[in-house]
Design a protein around this ligand. Structure first.
Ligand code: 5GP
Length: 182
């Protein structure tokens, strides 16, 4: 049995990582999406399955027990990927921020890191507003996002512009297929 490959979607908030991850999973039955833990409060209308929602103490206990593959603090909340346990024959898809992605590459240098970038800052701003982020958070996330792109460029395997969603999903699916063959 070959080892599962690890694919990481990284990129600023509002770039469409979550949507692209969901569409990839629908298309590719051999891709398994990891479910993260977070201390962030659930957003209005956000699915109960979006994360395992925990308090800080529960999260830090899991850190102490070495239960995370990677974890990071992002705008005041903690986010972490539990040690991946994909069903047999599946590859792993992570949708995470840049510090976590760097940890994944350090742990597993052959992980494929796909950096998603928005076509423009204005489009990214509108996407953040559209999903119900507080206005006070939108500008912080835009600034954070620009930093993330800069940092991720130093270690990402490949970069994809999410201008048109279908095209971006096709591009990422092509990258996944190519990496599996390598
Ligand atoms: P949000 O609060 O918008 O759901 O997520 C904020 C950021 O945390 C996003 O960039 C998202 O990709 C990232 N994130 C989600 N889960 C994880 C995780 O398990 N680990 C890390 N490092 N980042 C995560």
């Amino acid at each position: 049995m070959t080892e599962p490959k690890i694919f990481v979607l990284v990129g600023p908030g509002g770039v469409g990582k979550g949507t692209i991850a969901a569409l990839l999973i629908e298309r590719d039955p051999k891709l398994w999406l990891s479910r993260s833990w977070t201390t962030r409060p659930q957003r209005p209308g956000e699915s109960d399955d979006a994360y395992v929602f925990v308090d800080r103490e529960q999260f830090l206990n899991h850190v102490a027990n070495e239960g995370f593959f990677e974890w990071a603090e992002f705008l005041g909340n903690l986010y972490g990927t539990p040690l991946p346990e994909p069903p047999s024959g599946h590859d792993v898809l992570l949708e995470i921020e840049v510090d976590g992605a760097r940890q994944v590459v350090e742990r597993q240098p052959d992980a494929c890191v796909i950096l998603l970038v928005p076509p423009s800052l204005e489009v990214q701003r509108e996407r953040l507003r559209g999903r119900g982020d507080h206005e006070s958070h939108v500008e912080a996330r835009i600034a954070q996002g620009q930093l993330e792109v800069e940092q991720a460029r130093s270690f990402a395997t490949v970069e994809v512009v999410n201008n048109d969603l279908e095209t971006a999903v096709d591009d990422v699916a092509g990258i996944v297929a190519g990496h599996r063959r390598s």
